[in-house]
Design a protein around this ligand. Structure first.
Ligand code: GLV
Ligand code: MN
Ligand code: MN
Length: 383
């Protein structure tokens, strides 16, 4: 919801209009461009165009632009799908400024109220509703929005798995659980030269102990457990002052909900022990908490079949990153397509995928959307 986000939205909405799509904007700024070439609920694709501040070009943008290219290609080829096709741009997928992540798609599917979303305060103190209005994307369409017939999202993997095993395509089986917390540690600010080590109540040291604990926890649990301290702010942040306060974030993920809960519990116990040992107070605030998601097997199979029809087999894998598709999985048959990330690098401007893989992914998206349009998901299959 920065001015840059506004300019990016204007650019892509312009491309949607050039394609003659019906462009709808909802109350939290989600943009849905629909090709009303048939009747019924649309097959929807889409992703996000916001990025983390140090993000790359592909995370999110790729899925949105590929969706538009699918529609352009079908139009140019004179092919009319049996259902409308839609491309969504979902607000605040990253959640790095406004928590939680995937906020736009979460509100779209009814998982968070509009009022709550509009009142979210950013890390820079800005209010979601004010920032949305400032860029002119506080649209009229209500949320929750209408459920699509099916949803498929194309995305870069953002990790090293596909590249390491030599696969060019991934058929995504689900998304791991995500637990985000903000911790505020309060101690006693004092002089760095005169305060004996035994008399310190030092939140910077506590932040370090927490970081080491999380690293050890992840190593002890083993893959797929991951833990990250991504943001640490010290007050007053000066060379010769013992800090008075630290605010830090903790990101804990696992594909298994029970294990994720165990990790959260162990961590909470550690916080009370370390607070007592170091004579500081630690308060916690949940920024995001999403259980692991399993995608619809029928859609995962369709993605795998389409990849096979290109004679490029897809590897089935869960997603380590969060995605808008995991929200749509609550309301319609959903899955995702991955292409490899070179060296597994993402949330970094160096993020890169081969052109040939990007193009192959878009081809798979096109054929997957056509297959989804002609699939009746109300009939239970016995296979
Ligand atoms: C959001 O995209 C995340 O996985 O952090
Ligand atoms: Mn993304
Ligand atoms: Mn991202």
């Amino acid at each position: 919801l920065t001015d840059e986000d506004g300019h990016g939205r204007d650019l892509v909405v312009g491309w949607m209009r050039e394609l003659d799509l019906d462009v709808g904007i909802d109350v939290v700024g989600n943009i849905i461009g629909t090709w009303n070439c048939a009747s019924g609920a649309p097959v929807m694709t889409g992703s996000h165009i916001d990025t983390v501040r140090t993000g790359g070009r592909f995370d999110g943008n790729y899925g949105v632009l590929a969706g538009l290219e699918v529609i352009q290609t079908l139009k140019e080829a004179g092919i009319t799908p049996t259902r409308p096709l839609a491309v969504g741009i979902f607000t605040n997928e990253e959640g790095a400024r406004f928590a939680p992540d995937m906020l736009g798609s979460l509100v779209y599917v009814g998982g968070m109220s509009v009022e709550e979303a509009l009142d979210v305060i950013a890390i820079d103190g800005a209010r979601f509703a004010d920032e949305l209005e400032k860029i002119g994307y506080n649209g009229p369409n209500p949320c929750p929005g209408p459920s699509p017939h099916a949803f498929v999202e194309l995305h870069i993997e953002q990790g090293p798995v596909l590249e390491s095993i030599g696969f060019r395509l991934g058929s995504v089986t689900g998304v791991q659980g995500i637990s985000w917390q903000e911790l505020t540690i309060v101690g006693q600010s004092n002089h760095a030269g005169t305060t004996p080590m035994s008399m310190r109540r030092d939140p910077a040291f506590v932040a370090a102990r927490i970081t080491v604990f999380l690293r050890d926890l992840a190593m002890r649990y083993g893959p797929p457990q991951v833990c990250t301290v991504g943001k640490v702010d010290l007050v007053p942040n000066l060379v010769n002052v013992v800090a008075s306060k630290v605010t830090m974030t903790v990101d804990v993920r696992n594909t298994d909900e029970a294990v994720l809960r165990r990790a959260e519990l162990e961590f909470a116990e550690f916080l009370s022990v370390v607070a007592q040992e170091e004579d500081v107070t630690i308060s916690t605030r949940t920024l995001a908490r999403f259980e692991p998601v399993t995608f619809d097997e029928r859609v995962v199979d369709i993605v795998s079949d389409v990849c096979q029809s290109f004679e490029v087999p897809a590897h089935r894998l869960p997603s380590g990153a969060g995605h808008d598709a995991q929200m749509f999985a609550r309301v319609c048959p959903t899955a995702m397509i991955f292409v490899p990330s070179i060296k597994g690098i993402s949330h970094n401007p160096a993020e890169l995928t081969d052109d040939a893989d990007l193009s192959l992914g878009a081809d798979v998206l096109l054929h997957t959307m056509l297959r989804l349009a002609s699939t009746d998901f109300t009939i239970e299959s016995n296979t």
